[in-house]
Design a protein around this ligand. Sequence first.
Ligand SMILES: [Zn+2]
Length: 103
Amino acid sequence: MERCPICRGRLDKVTLLCGRCGANLEWAELAQSNAKIVTKQAVASLLQGHLVQAEHLLVQAQSLEDSPFVRQLLGFIRSENRLQDRCITFFNNTGTEHSLFSR
Ligand SMILES: [Zn+2]
């Protein structure tokens, strides 16, 4: 973070104080690094196929820092959920077992 998210003034890289409005951006830096940690956990959950847990972590990451990558992953999981629901509906309508799709 080089610029203050409040006034776009330059930040002192050591103290994280804004030279223009005086805001202390330590909290923002902390939120950013926490967002990265939670995003890593979400990606690990996603790779293990734990979609519900991954979505929960991504929502948490998104609340800490808005990121295009996190938004894309959330969109992917939500479209995956809709696809699963459509598959379950399809199998129900055709009277077929759908234990493969249980969550
Ligand atoms: Zn500022």
